[in-house]
Design a protein around this ligand. Structure first.
Ligand SMILES: [Zn+2]
Length: 106
């Protein structure tokens, strides 16, 4: 008896031609109301990261409760100024929390 190779049942994806959709900037972040709040947060923070003990230059006005999680977009008390490093760490941690919450992970 000879073994015969089975035909693949699923076609392979051609990852070389698969492209992500173009990244589109959220129009919220160019609205006059956001720009006004963003500038106010930067000014009130003296341009410094507001994470305790950091004091690096603040680059990103962050929503403390992310908009994806229902945070208020234009509430001063839901915003803070962060350095790039603290903002990246927070974003990664929020993403991990969101992923873990979903049934079956990813
Ligand atoms: Zn920082």
């Amino acid at each position: 008896m000879r073994l015969q190779a089975l035909q693949p049942r699923i076609a392979l994806a051609n990852l070389r031609t698969a492209a992500l959709p173009p990244k589109v900037a959220d129009p919220f972040y160019s609205s006059p109301a956001w720009i006004e709040l963003r500038d106010r947060v930067r000014r009130e923070a003296g341009g410094r990261c507001q994470v305790a003990g950091c004091n690096r230059r603040g680059h990103i006005v962050d929503h403390i409760v992310e908009l994806k999680d229902g945070g208020a977009p234009l509430d001063r008390s839901n915003t803070t100024l962060m350095c790039a490093s603290h903002h990246a760490a927070k974003t990664a941690s929020e993403r991990a929390r969101r992923t873990a919450r979903r049934p079956g992970g990813l």
